[in-house]
Design a protein around this ligand. Sequence first.
Ligand code: SME
Length: 151
Amino acid sequence: MRHINYAELSKTIASLTEGETDIVALMATIVCEVHHADDRFHWTGFYRVTEPDVLKIGPYQGGHGCLVIPFSRGVCGAAARTGAVQLVPNVHAFPDHIACASSTQSELVLPVFDTNGDVIAVFDLDSDFPDAFTEVDAYEMASLLSSVFAK
Ligand code: SME
């Protein structure tokens, strides 16, 4: 069972993205490295804020994801709307969870902030395992995202 090493991941992403400012390139690189770092991660991707109260899909790995999510809906909308991490041990207990895959059992969604502190995207991790994500995952992913997008 492959398990993420956050120290190694952080160094790899810092090296791969050094000097890069294009947001799509940054997102695609993060998604690729994170997704393949851990067997718990069955879907990994970004949803971008493309207009007020609207998220649209960005770079991702895994099965197809829904293209548009209003801030009023889903785990992603909750993260974008509140600016708070959503650590969901059981998606079936989350009101209005959007199931892009019927196999998803648990989810971790983090808001992505820019240097102004504005939410510019959310980072979504889905697992087919129940209760797959921990507070350590939430903390480390938030630190990684901040180091790339809010530096
Ligand atoms: N589950 C998310 C939707 C995105 S798909 O999982 C990729 C939600 O409830 O917002």
